[in-house]
Write a protein that binds this ligand. Structure first.
Ligand code: GCW
Length: 835
């Protein structure tokens, strides 16, 4: 990839401010980042588009250019024209060479590559987009639109790009009934009630969005329960999805169940070495290609979390992968075989058992045994998309095998789109991590690009989880989808750059807005890590339930293997070679050496690799326990900052967007406190070591519901106990209930926080009264997980600047509804900051 400014021809340097906004109404690609608002400025070149070719992807490119220019400048360009009028020329490199022989194009452009530069043929200036193929033309067109929307076109610029890796796919975990596993944005855009949806307009919009950042494949269905997708009826329906995406060059791929020959094919076996099974897959693949000639291939989850696999027949993942690969090869399809294979019934009493080891233990011995069109797809870390994990050692363990890295755009373990967590900084750390395979520089980004070990295929795959609610449910979460595409195209981009680009295109080009949103995005992952599970403890969330709120012991004493092994003395999992599970030894020697010892393991991963006492001193000089306290207080304070930072954008951005995100950030501020208090009170109790700053276990102004005068409310134990203040709450089994406290502080203005549980299955109502006078009333109408009071649904309502004097009566009234018992944890009264 090269970008240089060689010569200056075209007049106007473009720098403009746009007061943009998200498109209202229907769900479109414009809503995510292709809207661009209006620059209201002068276009940099005459708005005549000269199309040199008429292949489908070239036509799409021209349409996108027209839409993009219209969005940017408020008027459509003229199409057609000749070299004398052209402002923007669009064509393949061959077409451009023929039409502009004097132009100095690169001698070779790969099919997905493009060149954008300038021509002054016959004294007429033009910006020229030349693609290595029609696909390159499309990517080049989107790149020019992005350039115009973010910085404007600088005369003299040439852009010459080609993607770093060939596989740039998203995986959707959509089920035939329209539900989405780990999706947080409503129902499927593809399926409903066991069928393909009639209206596939959203699918086309999605393909536009994906192509605009260079994503070239969508695996449309869940890796779990995939067999229904291979029935003849379904395949005919899938053709319609492939047709809807094809104009943007996005290929359809499918997750398959390796037991399909038995489950839907009527064979007595699915043994990968059985000739009848082979014949079945070949016929099935041919049936698919008859409908979908550019079909991308299969993704496979096998022998994992209850999915059937080759192990049932004593066969290996290579046997299963090659079975499918051989069937696909003649048609140009590939197999993405997931390395997410592990035993979820592991023995937690065995100090040597370690789920982190599984992928390497199973796949490393198979290196070199996979067919050339197989790509082993490995999650970025060895466990499962936690807030922080080390890089999977398998990337260095497969040198004769194509590899792809899998990551999650859908925020399964990182706040489920209710929390602002921009993941690009985390992915970037993984991409840049140098595994030092063979004592050479082998950063993950070069391994998966096929460069380090000279592999023909490789790439990046994101589990996206888009749905019918504004793609990802939450506006700022779309920065993650955007960043994924940009990094898969060019892993050398910086997360800040990407955040700023996305903000400029989506929210506003106002420099202060760009700076504020970029800063918020960049702070969000560290903040989340701080208030959930720092030091490599993993997320500390409810791993046997929602994967959302805190539940620290849910990781322990079960076979799932996400253990952090906290006890009274210390915390962390010993994965060293000398005294632990040996996992650290799966890395190449230089890296293994770093992780082997507590002295060299970086603080942020200490507890992933070592079990240490709470009094152990980190490199930072702080003890582990004090770090746990401090990071949680810091993280919650950082989360509160987001709401204040966002408040500075009022009046500068689209008001609807402003309010939507503001409400989300207020919620996040409250939920970060739930997290903080749960983890802090848990470790305070377990370790018995006080917080040297005196915060843990002391909550000034907090009045517990269980200590109130209760009418109707009954005291309950909350499970897990750390999810409620003091482990207890009150729940209403009557038509209405009340909790009352008399207040004994100094007179003044106070903020009153009410911590309540907003359960699904009903909309409870609450009222706060002071001396019988209603101060605030609200409905508990959010959609949150868990059907009992839990950290998943513990929610904070803040009423600002209430006048109080000694002896005032504070009363919360709760009216349950359906399955929501208006449960209450506490209220907290704190001085209102003078504003
Ligand atoms: O993270 C876990 C998820 C499962 C998922 C699995 C996987 C599709 O909790 O929902 O199943 O990973 O990646 O296969």
């Amino acid at each position: 990839m090269a970008r240089d400014t060689k010569y200056s021809l075209i007049g106007i340097v473009f720098a403009a401010v746009l007061a943009g906004g998200l498109a209202a109404g229907a769900q479109t690609a414009e809503q995510a980042w292709l809207g661009h608002g209006h620059f209201h400025g002068l276009p940099p070149v005459p708005m005549h588009v000269r199309a040199l070719g008429h292949e489908p992807l070239e036509k799409t490119a021209v349409n996108e250019l027209v839409k993009g220019i219209d969005n940017l400048y408020g008027s459509s360009p003229l199409i057609g024209g000749n070299s004398a009028e052209a402002g923007i020329v669009v064509g393949t490199a061959d077409q451009v060479r023929a039409a502009y022989p004097a132009l100095n194009l690169p001698s070779m452009l790969l099919p997905e590559a493009f060149w954008i530069g300038e021509s002054d043929s016959g004294g007429k200036r033009a910006v020229v987009i030349a693609g290595g193929s029609e696909r390159g033309v499309l990517y080049g067109t989107f790149a020019l639109i992005r350039e115009l929307a973010t910085s404007g076109w600088t005369p003299g610029t040439t852009i010459n790009e080609s993607p770093a890796m060939p596989i740039r796919w998203v995986d959707e975990w959509d089920n035939p009934d329209g539900s989405i596993e780990r999706g947080y944005a409503g129902r499927s855009i593809f399926f409903e009630s066991g069928n393909i949806r009639q209206d596939l307009a959203l699918v086309a919009e999605y393909a536009r969005l994906l192509a605009s950042v260079g994503i070239n494949g969508v695996n449309v269905n869940n890796v779990n329960g995939a067999s229904p997708f291979l029935t003849p009826d379904f395949i005919r329906g899938l053709k319609r999805i492939a047709d809807a995406m094809r104009p943007w060059g996005v290929r359809l791929a499918l997750s398959v169940d390796i037991a399909s020959p038995q489950k839907i094919g009527g064979l007595p076996t699915f043994d990968p070495l059985d000739p009848a099974v082979k014949a079945w897959w070949t016929a099935k693949v041919n049936e698919i290609y008859a409908q979908i000639p550019d079909f991308g291939g299969f993704t496979v989850k096998a022998d994992s979390e209850g999915q059937p696999g080759p192990a049932s027949y004593g066969r290996t993942p290579a046997d299963a992968a090659n079975l499918l690969a051989n069937a696909l090869e003649a048609q140009g399809g590939v197999v993405l075989y997931r390395a997410f294979v592990y035993n979820h019934h592991a023995d937690w009493r065995d100090p040597k058992a370690d789920r982190a080891r599984a992928a390497y233990d199973i796949f490393h011995p198979l290196d070199g045994k996979f067919a050339t069109n197989v790509i082993v797809q490995t999650k970025e870390g060895p466990i499962d998309f936690q807030a922080r994990e080390p890089v999977s050692p398998l990337f260095a363990g497969l040198r004769q095998t194509n590899q792809a890295m899998e990551l999650e755009v859908t925020q399964e373990y990182t706040g489920q789109q209710r929390h602002l967590v921009y993941l690009a900084p985390m992915w970037k750390q993984v991409l840049d991590f140098d595994l030092r395979a063979g004592e050479q520089s082998t950063p993950v980004k070069e391994i998966i690009a096929g460069k380090s070990f000279n592999r023909p295929l490789g790439g990046m795959v994101a589990v996206a989880g888009v749905g019918r609610e504004a793609w990802l449910g939450s506006p700022l979460a779309l920065a993650n989808l955007y960043a994924f595409g940009r990094l898969a195209w060019n892993p050398d981009l910086s997360p800040e750059e990407i955040a700023a680009e996305w903000t400029r295109q989506t929210i506003s080009n106002d420099p202060e807005v760009v700076a504020t949103v970029t800063k918020m995005l960049m702070q969000s992952w560290p903040a989340y890590e701080n208030y959930t599970g720092p030091l490599g403890m993993q997320t500390l969330t409810d791993i046997t339930g929602s994967h959302y709120g805190p539940n620290i012991e849910s990781s322990e004493n079960n076979g799932w293997g996400q253990w952090h092994r906290a006890d009274h003395e210390g915390v962390g999992m010993d994965r060293s070679v000398s005294t632990g599970t040996g996992y650290a030894g799966q890395y190449p020697p230089e890296v293994a050496k770093i992780y082997e010892s507590t002295a060299t393991t970086p603080d942020e991963l200490l507890l992933f690799f070592h079990h240490v006492p709470y009094t152990y001193r980190l490199h930072s000089g702080m003890t582990v326990i004090q770090h746990i306290y401090d990071s949680h207080y810091d993280g919650a304070a950082q989360a509160a900052e987001f709401a204040s930072e966002w408040a500075t954008l009022k009046g500068r951005i689209d008001p609807k967007l402003y309010e939507d995100v503001r409400d989300r950030l207020v919620y996040q501020t409250g939920h970060a406190i739930v997290w903080r208090d749960a983890v802090v009170q848990y470790f305070l109790k377990l370790s018995g070591i006080p917080d040297e700053k005196g915060r843990a276990g002391h909550y000034p102004g907090r009045l517990e519901a269980e200590d109130a005068r209760l009418t109707g409310y009954k005291i309950i134990d909350v499970t897990p106990w750390e999810d409620a203040s003091g482990g207890k709450a009150v729940s209403c089994g009557e038509a209405d209930c009340a909790a009352e406290w008399s207040w004994s502080g100094q007179p003044g203005r106070y903020n009153i926080a009410i911590q309540y549980f907003d359960l699904p299955g009903g909309v409870a109502h609450f009222t706060l009264k002071v001396n019988g006078r209603p101060v605030d009333a609200w409905a508990a109408d959010a959609t949150l997980p868990s059907n009992h009071p839990h950290g998943d649904n513990s929610t904070r309502r803040i009423i600002h600047a209430v006048e109080l004097k000694q002896g005032d009566m504070l009363r919360v009234e709760g009216i349950p509804d359906g399955a929501d018992p208006a449960a209450l944890d506490y209220i907290e009264v704190s001085p209102a900051r003078a504003t």
